[in-house]
Design a protein around this ligand. Sequence first.
Ligand code: NDP
Length: 452
Amino acid sequence: MSFDYDLFVIGGGSGGVRAARVAAAEGAKVALAEDSRLGGTCVIRGCVPKKLMVFASEYSGAFEDARAYGWDVQEGDFSWSRFQTKLHAELNRLEGVYRRLLDNSSVQIFDARAKLKDPHTVVLSTGEEKTAKHILIATGGRPVRPPMDGAELGMVSDDIFDLETLPETILIVGGGYIASEFACILNGLGVKVTQYYRGEQILRGFDLEARNLVSDMIKASGVDLQLGNNIATMTAADGGAVHVVATDGSETTFDKVLFATGRSPNTYDLGLEDAGIEMGLKGEVLVDEYSQTNIPSVYAIGDVTDRVQLTPVAIREGMAFVETVFKGNPTPVDHDLIPSAIFTQPEMGTVGLSEEDAAAQEPIEVYATSFKPMNTAFAGRDDKVLMKLVVSKATRVVLGCHIVAPGAGEMIQLAGVAIKMGATKEDFDRVCAVHPTMSEELVTMKAPVRTT
Ligand code: NDP
């Protein structure tokens, strides 16, 4: 049977674009459909604009520190509109880069929505039908609001980059990556931020000692972080504001409310049921270790599979898919020991097991130190950082590394190499310290602070 294409990719985000380009480079005839903007969540409404906002927000502290270091600088006003104009110009540029990369790889782009009709056919919103030997679903995810009356009064993370003006006050709901990062960003840009998290401590699932420090630092920076609190009811107030009654009984009116309460796989109305593709309870596409669905010609990668919702993971899944399907080299996706960073202020960088998870698995030694870093201590700030290694007592292998510090994202990338290689505590100790740095503590911690 002959097909229009060897591969049809649905979704032009990080994972889909990479898979399309690499498959085309192998000589496959490839098409890709995207109904929004090329680049997807990461480039257009996620990691990239978020990180640029992190940079913008860090200047408020930098002005203060500069004065403490002897500079005669005055803090001016932050112009959201000036920043936003430049931000959108940058996103347009990046979108253009993605389009050129696909064009140069001879991938045919359809600026249209695609739905599956059967295991080898997609229907485009233009009415065209295309057939392909393989179909790759890479449609990502989207932010979700909690199911409650008035939830439509709140924004989600997609909306932040298009705000006409910055609000004076905002309530952020949630305690995950997005809530905690935007609490710090908006606080740094001068917005009065309140954050409600329903549980006992933000960033559930990560190392507790690291979470506690991030939480303390978020509070110290001026964010009104309220643990064990949530919205009970919300109603519209004057001038587009939102009146919130919290579960602790307090009542407050906020200019804006931001829900950062998780993301859902984008599988709605994709024709997956018609094609007989199995999905999980959250609507995620179920796949095996090769990203193959129960229908052999259909694969899925990235957030739509709800495995690990991170851009570099989607990219690796795309590469492994091409290796498996177009290079004849079956390659399972390695989801073990993925380093990641939460861009709070300070950042948290983490790889491997938390102290709690490691202790539940085997006897461990914990090496940790928390101290005031030289840079901000000199400027008169009370900031603290944390360097922590979780070590197996039996094998001496470092099971987890947790860093809370400015630049922790950069540090954990490199610590991740050693830990992925199976480094022991003694391997860390054999490395000479780089002095004076914060991360030198990772190779100079002599005695465990706790053992189990
Ligand atoms: P998360 O799943 O990380 O966090 C969702 C938060 O919302 C949790 O604190 C959760 O509480 C809370 N929540 C869920 N439902 C409700 C509700 N009904 N009422 C109140 N609170 C609720 O999702 P995010 O949206 O923050 O991020 C999605 C994913 O995006 C992340 O998992 C991450 O993989 C990725 N991401 C990565 C970034 C990075 O690498 N730096 C940055 C941003 C996103 P509870 O803990 O009690 O369940």
